[in-house]
Structure formats: C-alpha cells, structure tokens
Design a protein around this ligand. Structure first.
Ligand SMILES: O=C(O)CCC(=O)C(=O)O
Ligand SMILES: [Fe+2]
Length: 206
C-alpha cells in the first residue's frame, strides 16, 4: 500500500482477483442502465460515459450536478448495488482505517482513448466524513492528485488494472482528475478503462 497523502492510499493490484466478477457485474448493470454522456450546466458533455448502481446515482444535466434516485434515461431506480461490490468497497475502506463505510452509490465511468476527467473535487455528497473508494479496471490511466485549490501542485500516479485509490478524512476534498487516456489494449476491456467510484451520499431515503 502506498500512502499518497495523509489519509489517501493507492493499493496496487488490490482487486485483481475480483476483476472478472466486477466486469461481469458492470455488463449486467449497463444492460439495464446504459452508459451515457452527461451534459453540464454550460451545455458541454462530460467526457467519460457514466452510469450508476445503488440507491442513488450521480447525474448531471443542464440543471447541474446532483444525486438522483432514478435513472433519468429509464425513469427507473438504478440497478441495485451487487452485494460483492458493497462488501469489497467496505473491506477496502476498512483496510486503510476507514471503518463503517456504507456506500449507497457506485458511479461507473467508462473512458476511451483521448478521454479524461478534468481536475475536480467530489463534493456533491452531504456526508464528507466518509471516504471515496475508487477502483480501476482495463487500460491504465494517469491519476492526478492535487491540493485543496485547483491551482495547487498535483502529483501523478499510474492506475492500472486492479488498482484501488482511497481518500478521505482531511484529504476528502482534494482536487483530482484523470489525464486523457492513451491508446492501449487490455485483454478484458479492449481500449477501455472502467472506474468504479463508491461514495456515501449521506442522503436519507424516507
Ligand atoms: O476515473 C477515475 O479514476 C476518477 C473518477 C472520479 O474522480 C470521479 O468519478 O469523480
Ligand atoms: Fe472525482
């Protein structure tokens, strides 16, 4: 395990043995809530294609970013979070000292060559005491991990198939991003990288 900041960790190869099962579940989720490019307030499109599983899903459209219980594409609830997803995310969180993590959303990002994700903070969750658990599958990518201001210096970390990044506590609001994906090939995903990001929205379902 590599400590990349005070309460941030990169665990190389942590989910290699679960990768097949994760990819099978991703296919199943995508077949009911398809990957799609989301729009931003300014009318641009988010580069990565996205979908979700869990009680909530992260969505973006001309009204902005938010969590929604329904998939706006299907008007149905998001597919349930597979039991193994939740158990794995909880185990990974607790392995670096974040106990009692109860993710209620898993955002699935799909990157193809040239697609990245600009520097941003994950701050749409109400409960910032809970960490972010982020899994990488397929083609490698360069993760940028910065400070608390967009202009702060960033460090670069290679994320390969099976790697996990976990950040929380005092690091929860650090800026981070993904550099545009380089052309590559992975036997299980082709030219694609998948990222699964587990969060606790802090939303209460009544
Ligand atoms: O793809 C990644 O590794 C990071 C994704 C991310 O930061 C996000 O979805 O908020
Ligand atoms: Fe993020």
């Amino acid at each position: 395990m590599i400590k990349i900041s005070d309460q941030s960790y990169l665990v190389k190869g942590a989910i290699k043995t679960q990768a097949d099962e994760l990819l099978t579940e991703i296919d199943r989720i995508i077949s009911s809530s398809p990957l799609r490019q989301m729009q931003t307030k300014r009318g641009h499109y988010v580069g990565a294609k996205m979908t979700n599983c869990g009680e909530w899903g992260w969505v973006s459209d001309k009204k902005g970013y938010r969590y929604s219980r329904l998939d706006p594409l299907t008007n149905q609830a998001w597919p349930a979070m597979p039991t193994m997803f939740k158990a794995l995310a909880m185990e990974l969180a607790s392995s670096v000292g974040f106990d009692h993590f109860q993710p209620d959303v898993c955002l699935i990002n799909q990157y193809i060559p040239k697609v990245g994700m600009g520097l941003h903070q994950d701050k749409d969750e109400h409960d910032l005491s809970q960490p972010i658990v982020s899994l990488s599958l397929g083609v490698p990518a360069i993760f940028q991990f910065g400070g608390f201001k967009r202009s702060d210096q960033v460090n670069y970390h290679l994320l390969e198939h099976g790697d996990v990044v976990i950040w929380g506590g005092i690091d929860r609001l650090r800026f981070h991003g993904i550099q545009p994906l380089k052309l590559g090939h992975h036997p299980q995903t082709g030219q694609t990288r998948y990222n699964l990001t587990f969060r606790d929205t802090g939303n209460i379902i009544d």
